[in-house]
Design a protein. Structure first.
Ligand SMILES: Cc1ncc(C[n+]2csc(CCOP(=O)(O)OP(=O)(O)O)c2C)c(N)n1
Ligand code: SF4
Ligand SMILES: [Mg+2]
Lengths: 387, 298
């Protein structure tokens, strides 16, 4: 499927990442957004509020983020593509509904423009401190997808991708932006609508009797219908059987949770996305994501100028994590260096996958600004000296 | 079980409300004497005569004993999270205005954890019907105090008696802007059925509070007898006062209960206001969704 041309502002624009994210959502076919203002994410909903009356969309500013994060799910079951947008404190309030979306297999997008925390922290300044929360923040076992753009162009492209993945896997997808990427103004090229690929959820159109709303085929993703189609579906956050009916048995729980995990895990190769440079033959690989991928570049260049064999792996999809690739690399490099705008979060994954096969060096930062390239350079140099 | 008794039971003709229920989910979880089932019966009978296309009616519940209503209705039904039925219903209605969206949930769910959503949906005159079962207690979790527990009543978390002021829900709903406000008890099945039918036909935020017995956790702990005793109490202590000033209808512990239709007025609903606003401001430049166009721009 291609994007509906009505929402697509084909051409080159100078806009910030937040606005690019709004345009990506519109191009992806998002027609319902609920949100509550919070810096540095507000521009996303402001642009949506401005644009939606002309593209067939409904925007509502709800009374809080709890309401926003469940209103979007009502809209999805009403047949729309929907997203909500927030930053740290609001993201914390949304956690229960990330679990609800995972449990009820409600495709939707959560945009988190990360700022420094904990708590109110540094409201207008960047961080990448919500990465583990995105993965683990709701209770119980479930899987989500999380994506980290590093430029306004990617805020556009990857928001479309986020919707496509959420529709395909019926899973909540997190756009893990940060204040820098959200507020940075760069050239964003929006292609023609017919060049934008858009995926829609698989819709069931068979007989109404005995429709099993949560029965999955081989891809582990059930087909969907919407309220009003006459299927009289039941959707619950309780453990449920294929029909969607609550079933309080250990066996039903095991089967359901296993499928919710497997539909992402077993499709991880299709979902995972990263970018590599100079990784072949490298002694050291710097692993980054989001804005940190850009602050790492001067450090990597300086290290290479000094004769060090340094490669760069940038995570584009952070969850699911590219376990296989990191395992492989750990087996043949001397060190992996991971700068991130938090006190060390994704580096836990790197350490887990490296499993002692190479030196893993975290370059933490409490947030508020970006890393100094010299600090990353120092970590790169130290990473093999220490060996 | 004796053979003939089994035979007789098997031959009972189907109850006319069965087709509205998910009979494959019976028996339900509600205790003997619980008032929730009675209200569901009234809801179904209201639906039966409402003339609504049942394919276009959706029920949204939160969490609690009342929250289980969604799961028993043979309609598109959503059992959401605790307190959040109203915002879910808001999204559903805005996505597809063709749907009649009914929120059916408990007093704790809708006015404690969900209180913020309740007042804002009423303020917006969101196009939904809210049916609230007030059993004066948190039933599902074992009888804890609720914002609706009368002063002087005992709950598991107010073992020495409740001293917190109680919500007067019709007053709350009216002050926030609800266009239809009524209160009945599970004893008033005919009035209640009629009232639900009216609320379903009403545009905007319609609200019905239904007092219903929770014999297991409220009546027993407060030594008020069983479900039947509670129904007798409703019969003997209710006064029907349609149009009563909602300020005057607060509920005291075992005091008289004012029931009736208190508010029935018109003001633009959220969807009307939104569509009119954009239409007026932008004319043909305004592009409503397809579903919106069907309902508001036909
Ligand atoms: C976020 C959250 N907090 C607490 C609970 C536990 N809980 C479930 S139902 C309920 C109270 C229900 O009371 P009410 O809405 O009055 O419904 P009733 O059972 O009385 O019909 C509570 C506190 C929960 N499920 N979720
Ligand atoms: S606990 Fe109370 S409200 Fe819940 S089913 Fe039993 S009687 Fe009804
Ligand atoms: Mg209750």
């Amino acid at each position: 499927m291609h994007a509906d041309p009505i929402g697509v502002l084909t051409g080159a624009h100078f806009i910030d990442g937040d606005h690019a994210c709004s345009e990506g959502a519109i191009a992806a076919g998002c027609r319902f957004v609920a949100g509550y203002p919070i810096t540095p994410s507000t521009e996303v909903v402001e642009r949506i509020a401005d644009r939606f009356p002309f593209v067939g969309g409904v925007f509502i500013q709800m009374e809080d983020e709890i309401a926003s994060s469940i209103a979007i799910q009502g809209a999805v079951w009403g047949g729309k593509k929907a997203m909500t947008v927030t930053s740290g404190p609001g993201f914390s309030l949304m956690m229960e509904h990330i679990g609800f979306a995972a449990m009820t297999e409600t495709p939707c997008v959560f945009v988190d423009v990360q700022r420094a925390g904990p708590s109110t922290g540094l409201p207008t300044m960047p961080a990448q401190g919500d990465m583990m929360q995105a993965r683990w923040g709701s209770h119980g076992d479930y899987q989500i997808i999380a994506i980290a753009p590093n430029s306004p162009q990617e805020c556009f492209d990857l928001t479309i991708h986020a919707f496509n993945l959420s529709e395909r896997y019926r899973v909540p997808v997190m756009m893990m932006m940060d204040e820098c990427v959200g507020h940075m103004i760069e050239r964003v090229v929006i292609p023609e609508a017919e060049k934008i690929e858009v995926h829609n959820r698989k819709v069931y159109e068979g007989p109404k009797e005995n429709y099993l709303a949560f029965e999955a085929g081989r891809d582990l993703v059930p087909t969907m219908v919407k309220a009003g189609d006459g299927y009289k579906i039941h959707v619950t956050g309780l453990t449920h059987d294929e029909k969607g009916y609550p079933n309080m048995s250990v066996a039903t729980q095991a089967k359901l949770v296993q499928r919710l995990m497997d539909k992402i895990r077993l499709n991880a190769d299709d979902i995972i996305k990263y970018e590599e440079e100079n990784v072949e033959g490298a002694d050291i690989v710097v692993v980054t994501f989001g804005i940190t991928s850009r602050t790492a570049i001067p450090a990597i260049e300086q290290a290479r100028a000094k004769g060090l064999k340094v490669g760069h792996l940038r995570l584009i999809v952070c969850w699911p994590f590219p376990e296989k690739r990191i395992r492989e690399l750990a087996g043949r490099v001397k060190a992996i260096v991971m700068p991130e705008l938090n006190m060390g979060q994704m580096v836990y994954e790197v350490e887990r996958c490296a499993a002692g096969k190479c030196n893993v060096v975290s370059v933490p930062h409490a947030g508020g600004t970006v890393h100094q390239p010299k600090d990353i350079l120092a970590a790169i140099e130290k990473s093999i000296r220490g060996k | 079980m004796p053979e003939e008794l089994y035979e007789i039971e098997a031959n009972i003709p189907a109850n006319p409300i069965e087709e509205y229920l998910r009979m494959d989910r019976m028996p339900h979880i509600w205790c003997p004497g619980c008032g929730i089932g009675t209200t569901v019966n009234c809801f179904v009978r209201a639906l039966q005569t409402s003339g609504l296309d049942l394919d276009k009616v959706a029920v949204v519940s939160g969490i609690g004993c009342t929250g289980r209503v969604a799961g028993y209705m043979n309609l598109d039904s959503f059992h959401t999270t605790h307190g959040r039925a109203i915002p879910f219903a808001t999204g559903l209605k805005l996505a597809n205005p063709e749907l009649k969206v009914v929120v059916y949930s408990g007093d704790g769910d809708l006015t404690a954890i969900g209180g913020n959503h309740f007042i804002h949906a009423a303020r917006r005159n969101m196009d939904i019907t809210v049916i609230l079962i007030n059993n004066m207690i948190y039933g599902m979790t074992g009888g804890q105090v609720a914002p609706t527990t009368p002063v002087g009543a005992t709950a598991s978390t107010t073992p020495h008696g409740n001293f917190e002021e109680t919500f007067n829900l019709p007053f709350l709903a009216e002050s926030c802007g609800a266009v239809y406000v009524a209160r009945w008890t599970a004893h008033h099945v005919r009035h209640l059925t009629k009232s639900i039918k009216e609320a379903l036909a009403k545009k905007g935020f319609s609200f019905i509070e239904i007092l219903a017995p929770c014999p297991t956790l409220y009546s027993r702990r407060n030594k008020l007898g069983d479900g039947l005793d509670q129904m007798e109490f409703y019969r003997d202590h209710s006064q029907i006062k349609n149009g009563a000033d909602t300020k005057s209808v607060a509920i005291d512990f075992q005091g008289d209960i004012v029931v009736g239709k208190f508010v029935d007025k018109e003001r633009p609903t959220y969807l009307e206001a939104m569509n009119n606003h954009y239409q007026k401001k932008y004319g043909d430049r305004y592009v409503p969704s397809e579903e919106m166009r069907k309902v508001f721009h036909a």
